[in-house]
Design a protein around this ligand. Structure first.
Ligand code: ADP
Ligand code: MG
Length: 316
């Protein structure tokens, strides 16, 4: 997004354009309604590196990223949580959204999806404000409950069924830098809602059982969404997960991915380790569970790549 567009939306004059302070003894003849200096002055554009600091926080719009792969168990939820917490560590304001009726993301932050009264189901189907279902744990999370399983059916009868999430996010888009959407293992209406709301899609891929056919199906669904609902949404990255560099099989899987998807494959490899399964049992990200371990570092590395990519897009 061009920074100039962000600035135009700001309600306040940018800090550099503040009117000069009123002199102590203002002559009485000066009309009170005199146009303020910043409206008239032509001020040279600030240097690019200064611009972001001048944008009032409320004018920044979150980058929305969907984590998708219709195959289960490829680390969508693990990546949504740990990448989100890693972005939070770098000072970014992060909202995670649990769109999977299994509620694994909600559980991995120590909450019980069966005991949740209002969830993303109510947001999508009954238009409850999303802020009503946001809990703050390590970062903010809009929670799922088991009723979400009925959301696809309930939504299918509604007009604008593919845009329910996009509309719900309007309320909070200016409160966050990143909104990360964890999707269920299917390409149904919940995942399509995520694709419609998203600026980009990150696909976690398990190095062990690489399914290129699955990735083609995902890309076909995304192409359909681009054609009809959200022309800009694209796969912005593929994360190799559960990587075991000792096996030839895993190294070959990476080679195949890079051959087909080139630069879209992140350089960070998320290695296979039981830490990722241990942390959610404690209701914790791996960054809180074992802050200085290699499992936490892997998601910090991925966060850096995602931030570099977002910055490159902004300046493009
Ligand atoms: P998905 O959301 O795609 O279904 P999950 O994130 O729930 O996948 O991961 C599936 C299982 O694999 C979970 O038990 C999780 O803890 C574990 N897991 C995730 N990433 C790794 C990894 N890099 N190494 C080993 N186990 C992992
Ligand atoms: Mg999951």
């Amino acid at each position: 997004m061009g920074l100039s567009r962000i600035r135009l939306r700001s309600a306040q004059p940018p800090a550099g354009l503040d009117p000069p302070a009123e002199p102590e003894s203002q002559p009485d003849s000066e009309p009170k309604s005199a146009p303020r200096a910043y409206r008239l002055q032509v001020v040279p554009a600030p240097r690019p590196e200064l611009r972001l600091a001048e944008v009032p926080e409320a004018a920044v719009t979150a980058r929305v990223i969907a984590f998708a792969n219709q195959k289960g168990g490829v680390a969508k939820t693990t990546t949504t949580l740990n990448l989100g917490v890693a972005l939070g560590e770098r000072g970014k304001r992060v909202l995670l959204v649990d769109l999977d009726p299994q509620g694994n993301l909600t559980m991995s932050q120590g909450m019980n999806p069966d005991a949740i009264e209002r969830s993303m189901f109510d947001v999508l189907v009954h238009r409850v404000p999303i802020s009503d279902v946001i809990q703050t744990v390590e970062v903010d999370i809009a929670v799922a409950s088991i009723d979400l399983a009925g959301a696809e059916l309930a939504l299918s009868a509604l007009i604008g069924r593919e845009r329910a999430l996009d509309k719900a996010l309007v309320e909070v888009r200016d409160r966050y830098d990143f909104i990360l959407l964890d999707t269920p293992p299917s390409l149904g209406l919940l995942t399509i809602n995520a694709f419609v709301a998203a600026n980009g899609v990150i696909v976690p891929v398990q190095c062990e059982y690489l399914s290129l056919r699955g990735l083609v199906q995902l890309e076909n669904t995304l192409a359909m969404v681009r054609e009809n609902l959200n022309p800009d949404v694209r796969v912005e990255g593929i994360v190799p997960t559960m990587y075991d560099g000792r096996t030839l099989h895993a190294r070959e899987a990476i080679e195949i991915l890079e051959e087909h998807f080139g630069d879209l494959v992140f350089e960070t490899r998320i290695r296979k380790t039981v830490r990722y399964a241990e942390a959610p049992v404690k209701g914790s990200s791996v960054l809180r569970y074992e802050p200085s371990g290699p499992a936490a570092q892997a998601y910090r590395d991925l966060a850096k790549e995602v931030l570099d990519g977002a910055e490159a897009r902004e300046h493009a």
